[in-house]
Design a protein around this ligand. Structure first.
Ligand SMILES: CC(C)(COP(=O)(O)OP(=O)(O)OC[C@H]1O[C@@H](n2cnc3c(N)ncnc32)[C@H](O)[C@@H]1OP(=O)(O)O)[C@@H](O)C(=O)NCCC(=O)NCCS
Length: 188
């Protein structure tokens, strides 16, 4: 397996559709098909694109992780639709590196808030999001049909001007129970 430093991050392109779909199938119980990904990724990244997709590649464009973010530019909001790192290279800091890069990219697009939805029992993902400053925002009870699990909605403010809120700039390792705005995870 290549060392973390040998991985590169590039914008996903239509030609990556098959690899993204395959990695998604390996990491989640349901996955978009290659054709669905072709439709998403055929729009070149840029100011008009409704999605931001970044891939984490080992040498020879070997996809090891990806993040897909939906952009609601008018509302200055974005939503992380999916983030995954291949099972063979987890806990190397690659997921954090990929998401941090994506968050910087959305910040440049004047996005002020980033939301995401995560299974309550997905402890690795919750730990990663917490470490990047995401905080509890809402809960959707019994949201996942397969397990009946609740979905937790997390939010990160990207822009300055939200006094007291944690932002990318003020990003630090922390726990959800430090949250003073959305309540504690345990209490909702
Ligand atoms: C969640 C996921 C993307 C994390 O990717 P990763 O590359 O392993 O994460 P990183 O190595 O960058 O971890 C960064 C931090 O997240 C936390 N973390 C990640 N995995 C963890 C685990 N298994 N247990 C506890 N904490 C974990 C830690 O705080 C870690 O920092 P540390 O290693 O310094 O302690 C990966 O586990 C994955 O692809 N899971 C399956 C798909 C998924 O659930 N995606 C999220 C959907 S909402």
């Amino acid at each position: 397996m290549p060392a973390p430093a040998e991985h590169s991050i590039y914008a996903l392109e239509e030609k990556d559709a098959e690899a993204v779909s395959s990695l998604e199938s390996a990491c989640f119980s349901t996955a978009f098909s290659p054709e669905q990904y072709r439709r998403i990724l055929h729009i070149p990244p840029g100011r008009g694109a409704p999605f931001l997709g970044l891939g984490l590649f080992a040498p020879a464009r070997n996809l090891r992780g990806y993040v897909l973010i939906g952009l609601r530019r008018a509302a200055r909001e974005a939503e992380v639709y999916n983030l995954a790192v291949h099972g063979s290279c987890r806990r190397l800091g690659l997921g954090a590196m990929l998401l941090t890069r994506a968050l910087r990219a959305v910040e440049v697009l004047s996005i002020e808030q980033v939301f995401l939805e995560v299974r309550e029992g997905n402890h690795p993902a919750l730990a990663l999001y917490s470490s990047l400053g995401f905080e509890f925002c809402n809960r959707r009870r019994a949201y996942y049909a397969d397990s009946g699990e609740d979905a937790l909605i997390l939010r990160l403010y990207t822009a300055p001007g939200h006094a007291g809120q944690r932002t990318i700039a003020s990003n630090h390792k922390g726990k959800f129970d430090e949250n003073t705005h959305g309540g504690q995870l345990e209490n909702v």
